[in-house]
Design a protein. Structure first.
Length: 213
């Protein structure tokens, strides 16, 4: 015979402490409640995982589209956020200049180091006079995910752009930049696969929840 599910009276519910609430539910309500708690817990875990993955990525606001830098003079890199989770390494993060298409990003020069461990949001960098005029991008070697800019212009009166110089497309991919890290630097993997894994875990949790319900 089917079981009739009756509403829980306010009086009965008020007598239940939080830790004994499950005993006040009918079996049907128990399984549904348990499944929803399981799904909620995994949702929170997946969200925290994705936040951790992207926590060290600086949001660079200078240079950006339309910015023009000059060689042999100070130019500033500006950003939002910090990389404090890198520990002591966050006080001296390498800044590299790169160019080329996103499928074949080339290392050009190291501009220096910056401190993104706390409230700093700006650092001055000087482009060497040996850099030819053209389109470039900057990569800040944060970890686990590197931080990068859109393409921008560098002008060098002593080194005009060659006719065959290839332009850097908007936002070179992190994977391409990492694959062209100069010797001595650590290659960092893209977090897209980790983000996909977290979403798969969440989808599995929802499926389990429906089965339990």
């Amino acid at each position: 015979s089917s079981q009739t599910t009756l509403p829980i009276s306010p009086i009965r519910l008020s007598l239940c402490h939080l830790h004994t609430l499950l005993y006040c539910l009918t079996p049907d309500r128990f399984h549904t409640f348990h499944a929803m708690r399981f799904i909620t817990a995994l949702t929170v875990s997946a969200t925290a995982f994705l936040a951790t993955v992207s926590a060290d990525m600086l949001q660079i606001n200078n240079p950006t589209d339309g910015t023009v830098w000059k060689t042999s003079v100070p130019n500033f890199v500006g950003w939002n956020g910090n990389c404090a989770s890198m520990g002591n390494d966050s006080k001296a993060v390498k800044v590299d200049l790169v160019n080329g298409p996103s499928t074949a990003v080339r290392y050009v020069a190291t501009l220096g180091n910056l401190d993104c461990s706390g409230s700093n949001t700006r650092a001055d960098m000087t482009v060497p006079s040996t850099v030819v005029s053209g389109q470039y991008a900057i990569v800040i070697r944060t970890s686990p995910q590197q931080s990068y800019t859109n393409s921008f212009q560098i002008d060098n009166p002593l080194q005009p752009a060659a006719p065959s110089t290839a332009s850097v497309p908007t936002q070179p991919t992190v994977a391409a930049v990492a694959s062209n890290t100069p010797a001595g630097s650590t290659n960092e993997a893209s977090t897209s696969s980790m983000g996909s894994g977290a979403m798969m875990v969440l989808a599995g949790a929802v499926a389990i929840g429906f089965q339990l319900a």
